[in-house]
Design a protein around this ligand. Sequence first.
Ligand SMILES: [Zn+2]
Length: 464
Amino acid sequence: MTSAITRNKYLDDNQNRFIEQLMEWLAIPSISTLSEHKDDVRNAADWVRNRLAEIGFPTSRIIATTGHPLVFAEWQVDDRQPALLIYGHYDVQPVDPIEQWNSPPFQPTIRAGNIYCRGASDDKGQIMLVLAALEAWIKVDGALPVNIKILLEGEEEAGGASIAAYVQENPEHLRADAVLICDTHMVRADQPSLVTGLRGVLYTEIAVTGAKTDLHSGSYGGVAPNPIHALCVLISRLKGEDGVIHIPELASAIPAAGAAEKLFWQEDPLHIEKALCTEMGVTELAGEKDYPPLERIGLRPTLEVHGIRGGFTAEGAKTVIPASAVAKISLRLPAGLEPNEVFGWLDKAVQRHMPAGHIVQVTNLHAGKGFYIPPGAPALLAAADALESIYGKTPVFMREGGSIPIASLFNEVLNVPVVLMGFGLPDDTIHAPNEKFSLEQFRKGMKTVADFLGRLTCGQEHAG
Ligand SMILES: [Zn+2]
């Protein structure tokens, strides 16, 4: 028997124990945003550190931070081999609304091939399958195939400030040739996928002032500036009905897509348009019709209004012309653009498009860069081959619209490819009641990660 077959047999033979261990970990309510769960978060950190020591990691420790602790483990097996940094988070979301759970949120329950519990998919179940894969290598082959560093945080659901500071302050300590993150989902259970790009974000507040005080619409209507109207005019000038954003510097800075990516978006084998309409409960998609939906979500920039505040909205009538109005506006930006530079372009466009007679101020509330891994990166190809060998189907490369700040940070600070190989499914209802993780995904996930590790060793020819 080749050792790959023996490893998979080991994973099959021990899967019940892995699931029992996962259930033990899931039962610890490590909700990072609620201070009454501070000890639980710490206990969940200790649990996984002990597990790493049990598996055989010679170094494993808790790193104290100003917030919840980090867990770090390392095994330098051979200086000639590459190093892989594995990231995950052991904290979970709150459980509200608790009455909608079919079983208690911290009592792991198996029903119809799924394990239900807060944190099952996001992210303890996914970390657990990685630990199982590592254990299989250690028990079957006697050692890990490559050098491994593991960094787990307990604040992912609470902003992740501690790990961000740690990564920025300790790049040498975390130095690796690639990063693996198992904290996303595949497009479908029968279609493996890898996330190769994430958009960045720029979140702003636009404040408009007209008269020095609120005015009566009978006495001043017809001559008074109205900041709410002005804000609406401004917004429609910034983005037209056709979805086109009127910030000239931005339009010319959008990076070009690769040829394969373009073709995939145009052919859209996943039938995204129909799926999105069903998901959102709408009859038609908004946005730039000249671009396929996958490109609109993955590569095109967006400009969205999240809320407008101003004037009178309480019960009854009040004939006031407001003196001020505020809008929260964010832009999603393709990888390669620097959000703080885009802020300057936005500010210029706002000043230019603002109706006369108003004072406008734009504030940069928050900015995060996107990231993109070229599909040719060896670690990404290794992940694709591993998925194909276990799932029997070629994975698709997806760019996702959202942001995973830690992925961008690793990519930027360590300057290495970040492999986002998640085994969740779109219906796992993470962050909502009845979060679950498919046991079939758990089984396939641990084999895929074990296979992936073997493909990272140098000297091994890449098959694809
Ligand atoms: Zn997560």
